[in-house]
Design a protein around this ligand. Structure first.
Ligand SMILES: CC(C)(COP(=O)(O)OP(=O)(O)OC[C@H]1O[C@@H](n2cnc3c(N)ncnc32)[C@H](O)[C@@H]1OP(=O)(O)O)[C@@H](O)C(=O)NCCC(=O)NCCS
Length: 186
């Protein structure tokens, strides 16, 4: 079966910047997979569970995203063709009484190469995501980020994302040990 390749489209021609943002195409996927490896290594130190799948599974997922109407991958490109960052978005459907929360925007992965950080690349990627969502009449956007990732906390906070939930984890061993510790009598 032939895979339909979506035509590459300029999202935000950042004429005054050293990079531009565009929608990813199939040819970009090996580089995006490399950036995803870097993102996973970056997360490795913060106690997050190891990521699901591997490179093959990631590539399969990205291929689907490129073909899917409810997904998009945006890339930041420095001249001539160097991809220095990417961000994935999806529209998710929820069974919810409140109309505004039935179709919501989800930001999945966001990564910018170390040497290109603090130059507005991340912000421009999020701008492209915001355009994608608002054109589709999405009213609410959510994402998950690691509590210990302070730069990401500042980045998302600056972009108006408020932290709402903690995802808490433990191992069964640790939980069992903790449960068996005698509580001091009051
Ligand atoms: C988080 C990340 C995507 C931000 O990308 P970026 O291109 O550096 O972000 P920008 O340059 O657009 O920053 C926009 C604003 O966010 C804030 N910000 C970004 N990085 C920051 C940092 N390290 N410390 C403090 N504030 C920061 C600043 O307010 C910044 O504006 P300013 O530079 O004018 O002060 C990038 O640091 C990254 O890829 N980190 C590693 C992977 C990661 O943590 N991904 C997020 C997973 S949820």
């Amino acid at each position: 079966m032939m895979t339909k390749i979506r035509r590459t489209r300029e999202v935000n021609p950042t004429a005054d910047k050293a990079f531009k943002i565009r929608t990813a195409n199939m040819r970009d996927l090996p580089i995006i997979a490399e950036l995803k490896d870097k993102l996973d290594r970056h997360h490795h130190y913060s106690g997050l569970w190891p990521p699901e799948g591997g490179r093959r599974e990631n590539l399969r997922r990205y291929r689907q995203m490129i073909c899917g109407k409810a997904d998009r991958i945006f890339v930041a490109v420095c001249s001539p063709h160097e991809i220095v960052g990417y961000l994935t978005v999806s529209i998710r459907i929820r069974d919810c009484a409140d109309r505004d929360f039935r179709r919501i925007g989800f930001i999945g992965e966001a990564f910018v190469e170390k040497t290109k950080r603090r130059q507005g690349v991340g912000r421009a990627l999020v701008e492209a995501a915001a355009q994608f969502f608002s054109k589709r009449n999405i009213k609410q956007v959510t994402l998950r980020n690691i509590i210990l990732n302070k730069p990401a906390n500042r980045f998302w906070g600056r972009l108006s994302f408020r932290p709402i939930l903690y995802t808490r984890t433990t191992s069964i061993g640790e939980l069992t040990r903790t449960l068996h510790v005698r509580r001091p009598k009051p």
